[in-house]
Design a protein around this ligand. Structure first.
Ligand code: BGC
Ligand code: BGC
Length: 780
């Protein structure tokens, strides 16, 4: 009933504890080697299998099984076929192709000795600010329902026909239930739908997926009306197992049990009692979790009948899967065959999916498809960037830290265009930043979101490049030179791109196409004889917004919708869109609330510290000094309602707010509620260096975490005046701050001389979003 992660168990642990299953997370591969081959994976699978059936220590011969996130192909393997992410597949409107994709994925997973895919995600994403929107096929429960069925058939085969044969893997539908409908699109947040909505909107992938025979359901991190699903007896047992008749098993999500009220990663009888059958227990928490669970069974806190039920379910799935007859992984068909990964037949399916997922949103004067015999200029940082076109859950968890050389056999979008144009006798020139040397006939600019996955991908709004409009500038420059512009937009969600649409003659939503970037050239280019090669046929499976702030879904009030669900132009069709979409937004009004960090006194949990060079010291009196930093209380209106800070400039100095023992505070809801940091300060002196605003966080990745932004620029500061500096939290987040793990919400830092009095620091949140610039300074 415990599923640990390969980073945290040894083969000896497997021999001793006989885990029912184990997983690799999005950042882990055998031997911690990102480039591990199919044979390396099978070798680990064999070692784990043999240890699990060795009864010398635990008396058990039950084989273990390995689960992995094969969510758009076997995406942890270098060289695997990477299919478009689910959002792109949704636009294809083709469940038959979904089944073929899932079948190809199953085979590539089989090649590595892995038994089980944590797929499909059957979330119905209703708020595109959610960073997992691209894992969802559609905002429409009907589409999710059709696709979930097809994906499960593809992974597991059809019951009564070719069910769970040796080219299949086990499928788990996830994340049960309501993950796509949390308040403000907050990952792991709270779903506040009624039970009827939960079933009608978020439950349809389970209705069809379980009917198709999915053997496993993954519980979701989210809550329903404040209660975490991992601890909900009602949802896991009454609804899923009893009402829906599910006889497979429920696996938890990544330490998800630890978030149940009263639980920790190391102990959670509540989850088992609620109906969880297998803990997903990465990190070394699995060990205490094992002993605690054992003790809870012995003491009767967990009834033995519940353990019997969970184990029966797990064994039933293993029996159906034929795990007891399959023998060790390396003996099974396909195991270790590196040629199955990224094989031509699979890439062909993926390329077809890329073609069918493209949605044409604008096509003035029928600019597309383009003749390949002209001079085509390609620009944008998505043009030759397989990392970017593949999105999250690609070789690494967030899909970052990869480069083109990590994708052998794959094609970038530029490569596809170049190949076809060259064959046809045309010319391709290319510059990321959009500077050409000879004026081209037409330009294709490929741009969009950078990779992200859960948590990191959450946004407060869906404005594209709200701060720096780099890509827009490229489009405008080309258009101003009289060059027709085709935009290829890569994204994990529909976004507010009115300005970019206005500055494009044609605009294609290409989502996250994966390894077969060349599929795009197949559609946007004609052949040598000037014929259309493939029609453009994708239809939006998500409504496209006409506002960065207002979330739109099928059936909603049409006013803030730019392109409705199902929209998508054909070639040759009349395009009604003008070049005059609204690009500006009035600052929305709403109820504001204020979280005080400091107003003459520090507000819990924050404490005041001084920092000089690498030293830090907490301030506990009304005057203190640490090296080049001096502090004393000051009077603004009443006694000691402000603090006076001096940086002598002899070394870096800072004044900072830190939580007790560096504990992480979750300020994510302030971010989501369009929070702004407001600093009331009077600068008396500033040298040649700016004073920076700095925040810090504590991330699990051990990477430095936080943001540093220039706040007071020597040339711009008005001396001896009370001023309010306002910085939206989204700008701080964009600079690298993770507000869910805040350790320092505010610090002022400088390497130069400065003296100022600070009277207030607060976070003001707004009921509705605001389109404020990253820094405003106003008189008090
Ligand atoms: C995700 C799941 C995933 C699991 C294992 C979790 O954080 O929510 O979708 O299957 O990790 O990587
Ligand atoms: C893992 C992912 C997991 C995530 C959850 C990462 O370190 O690699 O698989 O979903 O943590 O926190």
């Amino acid at each position: 009933m415990i599923q640990p992660e390969i980073r945290d168990i040894s083969v000896e642990d497997m021999r001793r504890f006989g885990f029912g299953s184990y997983l690799n997370g999005g950042n882990t591969s055998p031997g911690d080697n990102k480039y591990a081959s199919a044979a390396d994976w099978v070798a680990l699978a064999d070692a784990m299998y043999q240890a699990s059936v060795d009864d010398s220590l635990d008396g058990s011969v039950i084989p273990t099984m390995w689960g992995t996130d094969a969510v758009h192909g076997h995406n942890n393997l270098v060289g695997a076929t990477l299919f478009p992410h689910n959002i792109g597949l949704g636009a294809m409107g083709d469940p038959v192709l979904i089944e073929a994709i899932a079948k190809a994925t199953a085979l590539e997973v089989r090649a590595t000795g892995v038994d089980w895919a944590f797929a499909p995600t059957v979330a119905t994403a209703r708020d595109d600010r959610w960073g997992r929107t691209y894992e969802s096929y559609s905002e429409s429960p009907d589409v999710v329902k059709d696709y979930a069925r097809a994906a499960v058939y593809g992974l597991q085969g059809h019951p009564g026909r070719d069910f769970l044969q040796q080219d299949s893997v086990l499928s788990s539908v996830k994340h049960f239930i309501g993950d796509g409908g949390t308040y403000l699109g907050d990952d792991q947040g709270d779903n506040r739908d009624t039970e009827q909505q939960l079933l009608n909107i978020h439950g349809q992938g389970y209705v069809s997926g379980l009917t198709a025979g999915a053997q496993i359901v993954m519980a979701s991190f989210n809550s329903w009306h404040g209660e975490k699903v991992h601890g909900s007896y009602y949802l896991l047992t009454d609804v899923l197992k009893q009402q829906m008749g599910f006889d497979g098993f429920v696996v938890g999500d990544w330490s998800g049990h630890g978030q149940v009220k009263g639980c920790s990663n190391e102990s959670c009888p509540q989850a088992i009692n609620a109906g969880l059958d297998m803990f997903m227990a990465p990190t070394d928490a699995w060990r205490p979790l094992f002993y605690n669970t054992l003790a809870q069974v012995k003491s009767g806190q967990i009834p033995i009948a519940r353990i019997d039920d969970a184990v029966t379910r797990i064994l039933r799935v293993k029996a159906r899967f034929g795990l007891f007859e399959q023998g060790k992984p390396s003996q099974r068909p396909y195991a270790g065959d590196q040629n199955l990964l990224g094989q031509a037949a699979h890439r062909k399916i993926a390329r077809q999916a890329v073609r069918k997922s493209l949605v044409l949103l604008k096509n003035h004067g029928n600019l597309l498809p383009l003749s390949p015999t002209q001079h085509i200029f390609v620009a944008g940082d998505g043009a030759h960037n397989i990392t970017k076109q593949s999105g999250g859950w690609t070789l690494t968890w967030q899909g970052t830290n990869n480069s083109n050389s990590d994708f052998p056999g794959a094609t970038s979008i530029l490569e596809g265009i170049t190949e076809q144009v060259t064959v046809a006798g045309g010319v391709v020139s290319y510059d990321v930043a959009g500077n050409y040397t000879h004026k081209p006939d037409v330009a294709i600019v490929i741009f969009g979101e950078n990779p992200y996955a859960e948590g990191h991908g959450d946004r407060t709004d869906v404005a594209y490049q709200p701060g720096d409009k780099t890509d827009l500038a490229i489009l405008k420059r080309l258009q101003a030179a009289g060059i027709p512009v085709v935009s290829i937009f890569l994204s994990g969600r529909p976004m507010w791109v009115n300005a970019e649409l206005n500055a494009s003659d044609a605009f294609v939503a290409a989502w996250l196409p994966g390894s077969e970037g060349a599929g795009i050239a197949d559609v946007i280019l004609r052949n040598q004889r000037q014929q259309i090669q493939y029609p453009i046929s994708g239809k939006l499976s998500f409504s496209w917004p006409n506002s960065p702030y207002i979330q739109v879904n099928e059936g909603d009030d049409p006013q803030p919708i730019l392109f409705p669900f199902g929209y998508g132009l054909h070639y040759g069709e009349h395009d009604p869109l003008g070049d005059d979409l609204n690009e500006t937004l009035e600052a929305a009004t709403g109820q504001n609330s204020e979280r005080l960090l400091y107003n003459g006194q520090m507000h819990a949990p924050w404490l005041l510290w001084l920092g000089a060079d690498s030293q830090r010291e907490q301030v506990t009196s009304n005057a203190s000094r640490l090296g080049q930093v001096a502090y004393r209380t000051a009077d603004k209106q009443v006694q000691e309602d402000a603090m006076h800070i001096t940086f002598s400039g002899e070394g870096p100095g800072q004044v900072l707010f830190n939580s007790k023992s560096n504990f992480r505070e979750d300020l994510r809801s302030d971010l989501l509620q369009h929070g702004e940091l407001k600093i009331t300060v009077n600068v008396h002196d500033i040298g040649e260096q700016p004073v920076f605003l700095r925040t810090q966080c504590d991330s699990d990745t051990q990477q430095p975490c936080g943001a540093t932004l220039p706040l007071m620029q020597p040339a711009a500061v008005l001396l001896d005046r009370w001023q309010i500096y306002t910085v939206p939290l989204r700008c701080i987040a964009a600079a690298g701050m993770e507000f869910q793990n805040t350790t320092v919400p505010f610090a002022l830092y400088s390497e130069g001389r400065a003296a100022f009095t600070l009277s207030k620091v607060s976070i003001v949140t707004h009921a509705e979003a605001r389109d404020a610039p990253c820094l405003t300074v106003t008189g008090e």
